[in-house]
Design a binder for this molecule. Structure first.
Ligand code: TAP
Length: 477
């Protein structure tokens, strides 16, 4: 089966060579699916077919789990310092090939190249470096003198940060001595297959990492497979609940990272220009396809007009278009289905009485696009204030007092993240202690670091990824 090959073409936009088809990565080899089926993966900015990818069925999943089980014996017995060498090697190859990977990610996902190049790829490499550093220090992680891995991890990831979510899953699993079978999202399988080839080039022993591409049914087969010891899932709350039901009563440990409806709270003493930048990055980064997106702006009434004027001015400067253009701020919506969902919710916002505003902007004629959009006059009852839109749509609500801000921010079944903008340190601390969210940023938004744990309260899931806490999810503590 074809693998990703380096073929520099400096004059061309296509710095990455994509083969017409790819197989599953099982036991160190690329192979066709048992029943020979493939599915297409598209570029959401052009609707052009990028490649055909093998559709794994139950037997393929079983083969992958068996390969991971076999590899677990020797991988878990390796000294941590030896496992670390592989992870460091993987991290370095990711850095060396980050240009190709960034282009691939922007083509398959639709995100602006500036983000895949400057945010996704550096964070992916950093994650592998960070967990490589833990591999020989697990005895000092606070989980006992000789913490043991769980076994085989079944990992299912979404399409919004394909490679970064893979890194969040695979790096801690391998560092702690587990082996993995990972299923990427149906609309963004290519960077995971490139990563599979990186594992081969790094000399990673066969079966330690297996990639099974497919749709939700492949994910369901993996989660239900009796041979896995751990399920790690990132995606919608709906599928997360189904997974929790599947694993209930089994030996499987589970971590779920689900949806969000974060409040980005701006007080009247906040530096307005800085807050505007944070609001923009909070909701328009990655087209708003971010579980911790600041999708509800809570602004103190006394600065509402000033803030909205500045925000609209800034929104008029955003460029929507070709993900491979370095000047693009907002790329393509990942799929026709996601675009339909965003449109449906935005229309509901209007129908329920909120006021819709978007800067004038010309959208490309092919592909999936949605202009950056702002809703004012939003009430807590509106669907756009309650449901995760997962698109470039901001709902603006107001408050008078800090207590009212807390009550409104917490009035959601989700609890993944929140933002606070104020000059007062004491207010930051008091608000942070009252907000029911796993991650709270102050005077910034959407900042990530591999050393910092990430995860939700309430229906945003359970378990933490990143940092020392991220090790716990893969250890028999
Ligand atoms: P999900 O349906 O949850 O997909 C996430 C992953 O789970 C994908 O790999 C998916 O495969 C797989 N999957 C689907 N059904 C499954 C099942 N029954 N058992 C096991 N795995 C299964 O999310 P989506 O369809 O990509 O997006 C739907 C909504 O979820 C979005 O509108 C957004 O609100 C939310 N979402 C949240 C996040 C985060 S990070 N919180 C990420 C993505 C989406 P396929 O891709 O092949 O279907």
């Amino acid at each position: 089966m074809p693998v990703f090959e380096y073929a520099p073409a400096p004059e061309s936009r296509a710095v990455v060579d994509i083969a017409p088809s790819y197989g599953l990565f099982i036991d160190g080899e690329f192979r066709e699916a048992g029943d020979g089926k493939f599915f297409k993966t598209l570029s959401p900015s052009s609707e052009e077919v990028l490649s055909e990818v093998a559709q794994a069925n139950a037997e393929d999943v079983d083969r992958a789990v068996k390969a991971a089980r076999k590899a677990f014996e020797s991988w878990s017995a390796l000294p941590g310092a030896e496992r670390a060498k592989y992870l460091f090697r993987i991290a370095r190859i990711i850095q060396e090939r980050s240009r190709e990977l960034a282009v691939l990610e922007s083509l398959d996902n639709g995100k602006p190249i500036r983000e895949s190049r400057d945010a996704d790829l550096p964070l992916v490499a950093a994650h592998f470096f960070y967990y490589a550093g833990w591999a020989d220090k697990l005895a000092y992680a606070g989980y006992g003198a000789d913490p043991k891995p769980l076994g085989v991890a079944g990992q299912v990831i979404p399409w919004n940060f394909p490679l970064l979510m893979l890194a969040w899953k695979i790096a801690p699993a391998l560092a702690t001595g587990n082996t993995v079978v990972l299923k990427p999202a149906e609309t963004t399988p290519l960077s995971a297959l490139f990563f599979a080839d990186i594992c081969r080039r790094a000399g990673l022993p066969k079966g330690v990492v297996n990639i099974v591409t497919g749709d939700g049914s492949t994910g369901a087969e993996l989660v239900a497979h009796p041979g896995i010891d751990k399920v790690a899932f990132t995606g919608s709350t709906e599928v997360g609940k189904a997974i929790a039901r599947t694993v209930a009563g089994t030996k499987k440990k589970v971590t779920l990272e689900l949806g969000g409806k974060a409040a980005n709270i701006v007080f009247d003493d906040a530096p307005i220009d800085q807050a505007v930048e944070g609001i923009i990055s909070g909701i328009f980064f990655n087209q708003g396809h971010v579980c911790c997106a600041g999708s509800r702006l809570l602004v103190q009434e006394s600065v509402q007009d000033e803030l909205l004027d500045a925000l609209k001015r800034r929104m008029r400067t955003l460029r929507v278009g070709d993900p491979l253009d370095k000047n693009t701020d907002i790329g393509a919506i990942n799929s026709a289905e996601q675009l339909a969902r965003i449109r449906e919710l935005a229309d509901a916002g209007e129908a329920e009485g909120a006021e819709r505003w978007a800067p004038e902007c010309e959208l490309p004629s092919s592909g999936y696009w949605f202009a950056p959009t702002l809703f004012t006059g939003v009430t807590q009852a509106h669907r756009i204030a309650r449901e995760e839109i997962f698109g470039p749509v901001l709902s603006v609500l107001t408050f008078r007092t800090p207590d009212e801000a807390v009550a409104k921010a917490n009035n959601t079944p989700y609890g993944l993240s929140a933002g606070i903008w104020t000059e007062k340190g004491s207010r930051i601390l008091s608000m942070a202690s009252k907000l029911r969210a796993g991650v709270i940023w102050s005077n910034t938004f959407n900042k990530f670091d591999p050393a910092s744990p990430f995860g939700g309260y309430k229906e945003s899931g359970y378990g933490r990824e990143g940092g020392r806490h991220g090790l716990e999810a893969y250890l028999n503590v």
